[in-house]
Design a protein around this ligand. Structure first.
Ligand SMILES: Cc1cc2nc3c(=O)[nH]c(=O)nc-3n(C[C@H](O)[C@H](O)[C@H](O)COP(=O)(O)OP(=O)(O)OC[C@H]3O[C@@H](n4cnc5c(N)ncnc54)[C@H](O)[C@@H]3O)c2cc1C
Length: 242
């Protein structure tokens, strides 16, 4: 497959390439599919970490397009992991909808990293089905990372079945599902009105934001400009673009 210039740049940056082989497909909900793969040596070579994502290369008329997906249940010893695909119309989603066991896909590892800040008091998390795999890995990683902070989560949804997706909360964690309205304006309004000076600790809290790109930007702007949160306490990335 002919890759775009991005593939060349990634190679220069030391990115590593692997070939994954599909071993199965599972319907978690009508709009959320899980694809199981063998890892082509990826997990032995790249230490898995919470929220770890890879760049998958999808072929469109002989041209490669990269899309980011998060590792689910990585098992380095078995050399396997899965990936969850939130459904919409797109090259990556269409691939997941129809792919059969035995199919292969190229993957590049470059740019994924994650660390909790030291001893956060509270985790404030904003996402949607595309970032649920990352959010679950983040929630699961708390005990091993020595993090005891409870999490407050807002998850935007577009499909009726989305709120039934597993979110691996525990203890005092709280989840609010927010229907996507006004091109994301409802989510931004709900999150920003809840995150006020009297609710958050600028010194001790951690903010993890991964939803649609313009909503992510609006929430980060609120955190930085209105509340004055230090950028080292924010981990934010637009996961998709409307
Ligand atoms: C670090 C990182 C990790 C990610 N991990 C995952 C993951 O584990 N699972 C996952 O499902 N996604 C994940 N994403 C998001 C995924 O990469 C994007 O949704 C991507 O755009 C999908 O590509 P596509 O070819 O299917 O659609 P595109 O060709 O990019 O877009 C086609 C159309 O679909 C719309 N669209 C794209 N994505 C979404 C969406 N999520 N919801 C609603 N509409 C959408 C676009 O607005 C556009 O109209 C991740 C993104 C990042 C940055």
């Amino acid at each position: 497959m002919k890759r775009s210039w991005e593939g060349v740049v990634l190679k220069v940056m030391g990115a590593k390439d692997f070939t994954l082989e599909v071993t199965g497909r599972e319907e978690i909900s009508p709009d959320f599919l899980r694809i199981h793969v063998t890892d082509g040596g990826l997990l032995i070579d790249s230490e898995p970490h919470p929220t770890m994502w890879i760049r998958l290369w999808f072929d469109d008329a002989g041209k490669g397009h990269q899309r980011a997906y998060t590792l689910v249940n990585p098992d380095a010893r078995a050399g396997t992991f899965s990936m969850d695909f939130a459904m919409h119309d797109g090259i990556a989603a269409d691939w997941a909808r129809t792919v059969q066991p035995g199919a292969t896909i190229d993957a590049t590892v470059q740019g994924s990293a994650f660390d909790f800040p030291p001893a956060p008091r509270h985790l404030w998390v904003v996402g949607d089905p595309a970032s649920i795999p990352a959010i679950n890995s983040l929630l699961d990683a708390r005990p091993a990372s020595g993090v005891t902070a409870p999490a407050t989560l807002w998850l935007e949804y577009q499909h009726d079945a989305d709120p039934s997706l597993e979110v691996r909360t525990s203890g005092a964690d709280v989840v609010s599902w927010v229907p996507r309205k006004g091109d994301g304006a409802s989510l931004v309004a709900e999150v920003c009105s809840a995150l006020t000076h009297d609710k958050v600790s600028l010194e001790d809290d951690f903010f993890w934001i991964a939803c649609e790109a313009s909503s992510t930007r609006a929430i980060v702007k609120h955190l930085r400009k209105v509340l004055g949160v230090d950028k080292r306490r924010i981990d934010a990335l637009g996961y998709w673009r409307a």
